[in-house]
Design a protein around this ligand. Structure first.
Ligand code: TNX
Length: 526
C-alpha cells in the first residue's frame, strides 16, 4: 500500500521538475525537491505514539534555541496533524529515515527513535535555511537517508585543558545537529584526572589539580553527578558517551595522587606509567573501572594504551617488574606492556564491556572480538593493515586529516603540523581518496571515523571553537555521507546556514573563504 502511495507521490512530482539540493550537512543519501510553493507551518500539530512525544519536545526546544518563534506544539489526530511520525519496519537501518514534505504535512518514517531523531535534525536544518524565524518554511519533496558509518565520533581531551559542562553540552548540540553519534571523552592524562572516583577521592582532589599550562591551577573535574547529567544530555541526542581512562602511560596525574602504583617515567615524562609489576596496581585500576562501568552505560571503555615508550624506562630497574618478567618469561618492556594491556582488557571484559585502545594495542595479542583499535598514526599504515588483517573492527582517526589540534590553514601558526602537512577542510572532504585502499578492501571491518581534539594548544573556549568549526561539519560529511568525493565549493555553499548560526551563537569559527576576516585565535604556550 505504502509503495503505491510513494509511487503516486513521485509521479505527482515529475511534471513540476526537481530541484535536487538542500543545504543539509551531512548530505542526505537522496533528496528530491519540488520547485514551487513551500510548506509553511505556524504551529506544529503532531501525531505520534506517546513514547515519542519527547522527540517533539526536544525538536521544538532545538528550534527555540536557534531563535524560532513557535507556540507549544499540539497533539492532533492523524487527519489534522502536520507532523506525522510513523515507526515502520519497511525501513531497515537503525539510523535510517524517510521524510516526505507535501503542501499539507510532513511524514517522517523510521525503524527506530534514532532514525526519527535524524529526520528531525534534517527538518531543523531545512527550517534554518528557510525564510525567517516565525514558523517553519520547508521545501516540498522527499528525503531518504541513512549513514555510511555506524561510528561517527568526536573525542575531546579535557585533561590538558578542562572546558566544563556547559561547553561540553554545546559541543553535543552541534554533534547532534551534524548527526555525529559517539562522544569519546579523554578524562585522564598527565596534566589532570577529571573523573570523580568514589573509592579513590585523591584522584580528583590531588590528581585534578593543574592543567597543561599551569601545574597549580585549582582542581577541575566532573563529579559522578555531573557525568550522569552529561550522559543524559547526550542520550537525548542519540550520542553514546565513551569514557577513556588512559593506561599504562599518560598516568602522571593518578600517580601524583597515589604514588604507590607509579611505575616511573623518564626525564621528560616523570611518573608517566603505572607499575605493571605490582598486583595491587591491577586491583586499583580494576576498582576504578568498576565505577566507570557502572557510571557509563556505553558498552565500551577506552583504555588508551598509547605511547608507553615515552616513559617506561624505569621498568628496567624496578624489582617488581623484573620479578614479573622472570616469572612469565617476558623478554622486553613491550612484552610487559602487552601483558598489562591483556590483563586490563580481561578486567573490562569481566565487567561485560569491550575495550577500545589506540593502535599500539593491535600487537598485544587480544582476541579480535575483545577489543577495538583506533588507528591514529597515519605515518604507520602498516599498523592499520595489521589490525584489519587480524580481523579487528577498527575506527579510523588518522592525525591527517582528523586531528583538530593540527592547524587548518597554512597561514596559522598555533597548533600542530606534521612536517608540512596539516588538516584543512578539503583534506577532510577527501578522506575517501586518502584512505581508499583500506576503506575498499575492508568495508566490513572499518566501523567508522572520528576526530580527536587534543588540547595541549587549546586553552580557551574560543580557541576550541576555532579549531572545531567548521571542521566538525566536514567530518560529519564524510562520516555520514556516501559521496566519496564531496565537492569543496558545493560544500561551502551548504555551510552558509551553519555560518549564520555560528555567528548567532557566537561561535568563533574559522571561515576558510575569508581567512583574513577570521584572525587566528591562538593558544598560549608554555
Ligand atoms: C598523540 S593520539 C597523543 C596525544 C597527544 C596528541 C597531540 C594519541 C593516542 N596520543 O597524547 O595529545 O598526539 O596531537
Amino acid at each position: 500500500m505504502r509503495s503505491i502511495f510513494t509511487l503516486l507521490f513521485v509521479l505527482c512530482l515529475l511534471p513540476s521538475g526537481f530541484a535536487q539540493t538542500t543545504s543539509i550537512v551531512p548530505a542526505p543519501e537522496s533528496v528530491k525537491l519540488i520547485n514551487g510553493k513551500s510548506l509553511k507551518l505556524k504551529q506544529i500539530k503532531y501525531f505520534c505514539q506517546p513514547d515519542q512525544e519527547y522527540l517533539i519536545r526536544n525538536f521544538i526546544s532545538e528550534l527555540h534555541n536557534f531563535g524560532f518563534n513557535l507556540p507549544e506544539p499540539k497533539k492532533s489526530n492523524v487527519n489534522k496533524a502536520n507532523l506525522i511520525f510513523r515507526k515502520t519496519d519497511h525501513i531497515t537501518g537503525n539510523e535510517e529515515y524517510s521524510l516526505i514534505i507535501t503542501q499539507k504535512e510532513i511524514t517522517l518514517e523510521a525503524l527506530t527513535d534514532a532514525g526519527l531523531f535524524y529526520g528531525l535534525q534534517s527538518l531543523v536544518q531545512l527550517a534554518v535555511d528557510g525564510t525567517g524565524r516565525s514558523g517553519l518554511h520547508l521545501p516540498r519533496g522527499t528525503i531518504q537517508d541513512k549513514p555510511r558509518f555506524g561510528w561517527r565520533g568526536l573525542m575531546l581531551d579535557e585533561s590538558r585543558h578542562f572546558f566544563g559542562k556547559e561547553k561540553v553540552k554545546q559541543l553535543l548540540d552541534w554533534m547532534a545537529y551534524y548527526k555525529l553519534n559517539r562522544f569519546h571523552w579523554h578524562l585522564t592524562d598527565t596534566p589532570g584526572w577529571r573523573l570523580e572516583i568514589l573509592k579513590y577521592p585523591k584522584l580528583t582532589t590531588i590528581g585534578g589539580k593543574g592543567n597543561f599550562l599551569d601545574a597549580n591551577a585549582p582542581a577541575a573535574f566532573y563529579t559522578q553527578k555531573d557525568i550522569k547529567e552529561i550522559i543524559q544530555y547526550a542520550t537525548e541526542r542519540f550520542i553514546e558517551v565513551v569514557p577513556e581512562i588512559d593506561m599504562p602511560g599518560h598516568a602522571a596525574a593518578a600517580n601524583r595522587a597515589y604514588p604507590e602504583y607509579s611505575g616511573g617515567g623518564s626525564e621528560k615524562y616523570p611518573d608517566f606509567t603505572f607499575n605493571p609489576g605490582k598486583e595491587e596496581t591491577y586491583r586499583f585500576l580494576t576498582d576504578i573501572l568498576k565505577e566507570v562501568a557502572q557510571l557509563f552505560p556505553s558498552k565500551y571503555i577506552h583504555l588508551g594504551g598509547d605511547e608507553v615508550h615515552f616513559g617506561n624506562q624505569q621498568w628496567n630497574t624496578n624489582p617488581e617488574v623484573m620479578t614479573l618478567m622472570q616469572k612469565l618469561q617476558l623478554t622486553n618492556l613491550q612484552d610487559v606492556e602487552f601483558y598489562f594491556i591483556r590483563r586490563m582488557a580481561d578486567s573490562v571484559n569481566k565487567l561485560h564491556k569491550t575495550m577500545i585502545g589506540w593502535d599500539e594495542i593491535v600487537t598485544a595479542g587480544i582476541p579480535a572480538n575483545k577489543c577495538i583499535p583506533m588507528w591514529w598514526r597515519q605515518d604507520k599504515p602498516e599498523q592499520l593493515n595489521l589490525a584489519l588483517e587480524r580481523g579487528y573492527h577498527t575506527i579510523l582517526c588518522p592525525r591527517i586529516p582528523l586531528y583538530f589540534d593540527f592547524v587548518q590553514s597554512n597561514t596559522h601558526h598555533s597548533g600542530r603540523y606534521w612536517g608540512k602537512e596539516y588538516a584543512p577542510l578539503e583534506k577532510i572532504l577527501g578522506f575517501q581518496q586518502l584512505y581508499n585502499a583500506p576503506l575498499t578492501k575492508y568495508p566490513n571491518l572499518i566501523d567508522g571515523i572520528q576526530t580527536n581534539i587534543w588540547t595541549e594548544t587549546i586553552d580557551t573556549n574560543e580557541r576550541l571553537d576555532f579549531m572545531t568549526f567548521p571542521r566538525i561539519a566536514a567530518l560529519a560529511e564524510v562520516a555520514w555521507g556516501k559521496n566519496p568525493a564531496p565537492d569543496y565549493s558545493e560544500f561551502i555553499r551548504r555551510l552558509q546556514p551553519s555560518f549564520r548560526l555560528y555567528r548567532e551563537k557566537r561561535i568563533t569559527y574559522f571561515d576558510p573563504e575569508h581567512p583574513d576576516l577570521t584572525p587566528e585565535v591562538v593558544g598560549r604556550t608554555k
